[in-house]
Design a protein. Structure first.
Length: 363
């Protein structure tokens, strides 16, 4: 097994599943958390490992594991592997290249990197992809020969600011935005949850995974117990409910089943009432882009690039929280014509949008 992004929350959970299912690890790849990577190497003893930078914190060989560095090193390490399955949990657009390389090498990809499909879905062989997002796992789980579909609806927690006074949202602090009500996630995805950009990404992912003939939408379900719903043409709607534990979709993606005795069933009496809310555009202004993105999925590349630059600036306290949406809107207006005819176009467009987004923030 190959685990890319092994020190993030998805990677840590994936290694837990691999240990329980006795799945061997051939390659681990991490960002800058060298100390955790060392501990993972000591425990799982992979043949190869890769770290983002060669800063002297780990040598070329650690406990018998060959160490590679950077994007080029990761490409080399992947080319040496024989594993037929890879989990890609690298954060952001940086994970796209690894998705493409794994598919080119004939590997199946358990995909937790949203940006791969968001930015380059039409260039990716979906037959090689197993989604790891809880929402897309739920849609897959429900959509197993049940009938003709009308609509797929995914759910959102609403993020850290779902109950904040509207007047306070624009100037919300980094601390406030990172206080997610239901999940413990990385900093960037937690910000994306608060803006609802994350749910736009998941809508576009669903578009590429399940096809353009279906209607897609999202609503807020505050407990994060219902992950998705499917409406069939006979008027029946089914919902997938489970405790909010990412190891469930990871288990199906890596082992093809739920790991025994790992997951608790839902106690409906303890859960009590479920609360559903609309995603209101006054609270989540980026949600106004949903229909435009579904009409022109290439625009999602612009959304992603501008968002990555704006979120990084917000986390560095260079812009206000409300400026994330404003940066995205300006970029989408500037590049509303966005079209990509090749994967090279994807990387070129991404670079151009990032430059523009940086100029907006600098100004």
């Amino acid at each position: 097994m190959i685990i890319l992004g092994s020190t993030g929350s998805i990677g840590v959970n994936a290694l837990d599943v691999c240990e329980r299912e006795h799945i061997g690890i051939e390659l681990l790849a991490a960002g800058s958390n060298t100390e955790l990577l060392k501990k993972q190497i000591e425990k799982s003893r992979p043949k190869y490992a890769c770290i983002e930078k060669n800063d002297g914190s780990i040598g070329q060989n650690y406990m018998g594991t060959q160490i590679f560095y950077g994007a080029e090193g990761l490409s080399e390490a992947l080319s040496k592997t024989t594993s037929q399955k890879a989990l890609n949990a690298i954060v952001g657009f940086a994970g796209l290249r690894s998705t493409l390389e794994c598919i080119e090498l004939g590997k199946e990809v358990a995909l937790a990197n949203k940006e791969s499909l968001v930015t380059a879905g039409k260039f990716i062989d979906i037959s090689k992809i197993t989604p790891v997002d809880s929402e897309h796992f739920a849609l897959w789980y429900l959509n197993r020969g049940m009938g003709k579909l009308n609509k797929m609806t995914i759910t959102a927690s609403g993020g850290a600011l779902r109950d904040a006074p509207l007047s306070e949202i624009h100037a919300s602090s980094v601390t406030d935005v990172l206080r997610h009500p239901n999940w413990t996630m990385g900093r960037k995805i937690t910000v994306d949850s608060a803006t609802m950009v994350n749910k736009l990404f998941e809508i576009i992912e669903a578009y590429w995974l399940f096809g353009s003939e279906i209607s897609y939408d999202a609503i807020i379900e505050t407990s994060s117990t219902i992950h998705a719903m499917i409406e069939f043409d006979d008027g029946v709607t089914t919902a997938q409910m489970s405790e909010p534990d990412m190891r469930l979709p990871i288990s199906y993606a890596l082992a093809g089943k739920a790991t025994p005795d790992l997951f608790k069933s839902i106690d409906l009496l303890r859960l009590g009432a479920l609360e559903f809310r609309a995603i209101e555009e006054v609270r989540y202004p980026v949600w106004t882009l949903k229909d435009e993105l579904l009409a022109n999925p290439s625009l999602a590349l612009v959304l992603n690039a501008a968002n990555e630059i704006a979120v990084a600036a917000f986390l560095d306290e260079k812009i206000a929280f409300g400026e994330i949406a404003n940066t995205i809107f300006e970029a989408c207006e500037k590049f509303e014509w966005a079209k990509t005819a090749s994967i090279d176009d994807v990387f070129a467009m991404d670079n151009e949008v990032r430059k523009y987004a940086r100029s907006i923030i600098k100004a």
